[in-house]
Design a protein around this ligand. Structure first.
Ligand code: 5AD
Ligand code: SF4
Length: 460
């Protein structure tokens, strides 16, 4: 895939910077989606700050408000429109520039609703036009015109955007974008386009630069990471090749990746996880449903048995491996028996963490057109039953850690108690402990002494 030269777009950063000179303008950003969406926001922040804006957490003092939207589930829409009600007042009072971007802007009916009900929006930009944000801002400032900058086609691969990262010791690196799977519940293929993988050299250069800056942990991101396709550069074709190459980067001590698809979890990936010391031995493996019938209707391309076989194979080959997962309850046609199959997989696998979602109809997906939709009440009851089972397992899993020594990447002071430090163990659980400030940013050994459902307590 061709890479795009963005020098022309970056020129607009300078132009905005010139007209904004020393004006002390502030921006506020609200990120509503997944980690890919967060990674996009980090790039938006990078562009905004190079244009001369400084970040504020207080929306009321912002001159520019940016909403980076998600559309995977309906509640994201409710959140956006709720927020816009609030922003309308700001716009009227002080003329704040309002920019809305992200996945939801790729949906025509949403953009129409914005035009009709929220006409004060200045800039609408999509997932394929992120890099044009500086030129959108420039047009708004100079021409005072409304901008709609959404592309329907698959975007190009954009390299070289400035970025301001949220964390100092762990970073997300997008390795591929888009999805070819068309699971029948999912809107992502329609808003993010087809799969496009970054050049392995660009990825490795980015991670090497992160290591130099002191980053210890990277999470490789993509809608379907294990269908990553390198162009052969540096001998990297497959996802497993990329994992092995990242594992060799000095300074990086932990590697994570999300999300893989069970159908693409080939043996070479399993072997790479086994062989590479730095890859965390917690694998996020989205199940979605434990019923083969529902999986077929979801177009997931594996059965309950195949999923269980994959788990067993990994447990055999990768000592100490544990799993987390995503599950949707109440997909059209899901019977009580189907739902019990899901509970069955959950009790067998003993996931470290289960991300649970109530099925949400998405306009334009096959699931939305299915006639056998499940009543809200049943969906909610099933959700509660699944939650109870998953929570009881979290507690059981937590107890396993008590008395063990764990490696912890120390991230900083605890938000709730500034006397304590906080970090995460390999399997991503939060640990709180008493330590010295110079430990921040390092990986240290801690003894786990107690569990508190959502976090563990440790001692040096
Ligand atoms: N309804 C509910 N959950 C969904 N997800 C994706 N689409 C939907 C939908 N329409 C969940 C899946 C996916 C996670 C990111 O969001 O579990 O893995
Ligand atoms: Fe992420 Fe998908 Fe939501 Fe976009 S629609 S922010 S890719 S979860």
């Amino acid at each position: 895939m061709e890479k795009k030269n963005i020098e022309e777009e970056l020129e607009y950063i300078k132009k905005v910077n010139q007209i904004m000179q020393a004006k002390g303008k502030k921006y506020h950003i609200l990120t509503m989606g997944c980690q890919l969406n967060e990674n996009d926001s980090e790039k938006i922040c990078g562009m905004a700050e190079e244009m001369g804006y400084t970040k504020t957490e207080n929306i009321n003092e912002a001159d520019l408000v940016i909403l980076n939207t998600c559309c995977v589930r309906e509640n994201a829409e409710d959140r956006l429109f709720g927020k816009l009600g609030e922003i309308k007042k700001l716009k009227e009072e002080k003329g704040t520039i309002v920019a809305i971007g992200g996945c939801m802007m790729q949906e025509k009916h949403i953009v129409e609703k914005l035009h009709k009900s929220y006409p004060f929006t200045d800039i609408i930009f999509g997932t394929h036009t992120l890099h044009k944000f500086p030129s959108d801002i420039y047009q708004t400032l100079v021409k005072k015109s409304k901008i709609e900058d959404v592309l329907d086609i698959d975007g190009e691969i954009i390299e070289g955007l400035p970025i301001i990262r949220d964390d100092k010791y762990k970073a997300s690196v997008t390795i591929m974008n888009g999805c070819n799977n068309f699971c029948s519940y999912c809107i992502v293929p329609y808003v993010r386009g087809r799969e496009r993988s970054r050049d392995p050299k660009d990825i490795l250069d980015e991670i090497k630069a992160l290591a130099k800056e002191g980053y210890k942990e990277v999470t490789l991101l993509g809608q379907n990471v294990n269908s990553y396709k390198g162009n052969g550069n540096l001998g990297i074709d497959r996802f497993s090749d990329l994992l092995r190459a990242v594992n060799q980067i000095e300074g990086i001590e932990r590697i994570r990746f999300i999300s893989p698809h069970p159908k693409d979890f080939t043996d070479d990936v399993i072997e790479a996880i086994r062989d590479c010391k730095k890859i965390c031995k917690i694998i996020h493996l989205p199940l979605q449903s434990g019923s083969s019938n529902v999986l077929k209707a979801m177009n997931r391309k594996y059965t309950k048995e195949q999923y269980m076989e994959l788990i067993e194979k990994m447990k055999k080959q990768i000592p100490g491996v544990v799993f987390s997962t995503d599950i949707i309850v109440g997909f059209p046609g899901e019977t009580e028996q189907d739902f019990e199959d899901t509970l069955d997989v959950v009790s067998k696998v003993q996931f470290e963490q289960v991300f649970m979602f109530i099925y949400s109809r998405r306009v334009g997906t096959p699931g939305d057109k299915m006639e056998n939709q499940i009543p809200e009440e049943i969906k909610h009851k099933r959700f509660e039953r699944l939650k109870q089972l998953a929570d009881s397992q979290v507690q059981k899993n937590n107890e396993k850690y008590i008395g063990t020594i764990q490696k912890v990447l120390v991230e900083g002071k605890s938000k709730n108690n500034s006397q304590m430090l906080t970090g995460r163990i390999d399997t991503n659980k939060v640990v709180i402990f008493q330590g010295k400030d110079e430990m921040i940013g390092k990986i240290i050994n801690l003894k786990i002494v107690s569990e508190h459902m959502w976090y563990l307590k440790g001692e040096i």
